[in-house]
Design a protein around this ligand. Structure first.
Ligand code: HEC
Length: 107
């Protein structure tokens, strides 16, 4: 019985590490040229995005940057639409939100 609990735990830990690795990979593949984790690049940093946007807003921006950048108040839209799988969008959204400044305080 205890062995089984242990196996489930190992499995969960593996899932968590795979999904966070995925987000980083997606970032390096599609976003790195224009966004950096903590510094302003061509687009805003992930720290800044995470501090003001929800998961829904971030995925919406990735899915339809043209319309959503307008809603966010940008005068011009310079972020292109990138064709991504729903799984990749979910992974990168989580990755961005992991840069939320106060996330480690359990807020
Ligand atoms: C060609 C450059 C470019 C690429 C590639 C790019 N972005 Fe952007 N991004 C921008 C710019 C510039 C903005 C500012 C809004 C605008 O101009 O549309 C922006 C804005 C955003 C915003 C909204 C910022 C806010 O105000 O909250 C999010 C979220 C975002 N990008 C996520 C991503 C993700 C995730 C990827 C990779 C999958 C990505 N971007 C790839 C240039 C880029």
């Amino acid at each position: 019985m205890q062995k089984r609990v242990f196996k489930v735990l190992i499995f969960l830990i593996m899932m968590v590490s795979i999904s966070s690795a995925d987000g980083k990979k997606v970032f390096e593949t599609y976003c790195w040229g224009c966004h950096h984790q903590s510094a302003m690049a061509f687009g805003p940093s992930f720290t800044e995005i995470a501090s003001k946007r929800s998961a829904e807003e971030i995925s919406a921006m990735i899915t339809d940057p043209k319309a959503v950048s307008k809603i966010f108040g940008y005068k011009r839209n310079a972020m292109p639409k990138i064709d991504m799988k729903p799984r990749e969008i979910e992974a990168i959204t989580k990755y961005i939100l992991s840069y939320k400044p106060d996330i480690k305080k359990g807020k």
